[in-house]
Design a binder for this molecule. Structure first.
Ligand code: FES
Length: 157
């Protein structure tokens, strides 16, 4: 869906900014919002570009830099760290064949560290898009990655 269509779907009101950005970014293959899109949203919603930019930089769900279709955010705050987030990171790097901060060559996955995801009782935890996966062990990682690869392939059939 084009950006203008997403704006019109939600309504051209400043309070719809986050919903518009989330929906539009999620459907883009590079999972990011560029300068032109920031200007467009700001103009349509009657906001300053600085306001839109500050929302994008404040929330870790958003990015101005191109990323994979699925951004895997690994919580690295204390409870997750104590419960083994380091072994989850190692397994993700191994399965995806990338290092933390990188994007897979096929452009499907980006690996990022983040702060508390608000589900410490399920630590260690990761977020993929808007979904949380908790109580993780390294053994569960391949299954999670396969799920998203299948979803990606199905969307392209
Ligand atoms: S510390 Fe990881 S979810 Fe809270």
């Amino acid at each position: 869906m084009k950006l203008q269509n997403v704006i019109e779907k939600h309504g051209r009101l400043p309070e719809n900014l986050i919903h518009i950005l989330l929906e539009y970014q999620a459907q883009k293959d590079n999972n990011s919002i560029n300068e032109d899109e920031i200007s467009h949203v700001a103009r349509e919603l009657g906001l300053s570009e600085n306001r839109v930019y500050s929302v994008i930089t404040f929330y870790s769900l958003f990015s101005k830099e191109p990323r994979g279709k699925y951004v895997i955010q690994v919580c690295n705050d204390v409870p997750c760290h104590v419960n083994g987030s380091f072994s989850i990171i190692e397994e993700l790097e191994d399965v995806l064949k990338i290092k933390m901060g990188d994007t897979t060559r096929d452009g499907i996955f980006t690996l990022e560290k983040t702060s508390c995801l608000g589900c410490c009782d399920k630590s260690p935890a990761i977020r993929v898009g808007e979904s949380i996966h908790g109580d993780l062990t390294p053994e569960k990682i391949s299954e999670i990655i396969s799920f998203y690869r299948r979803e990606y392939d199905e969307c392209r059939e």
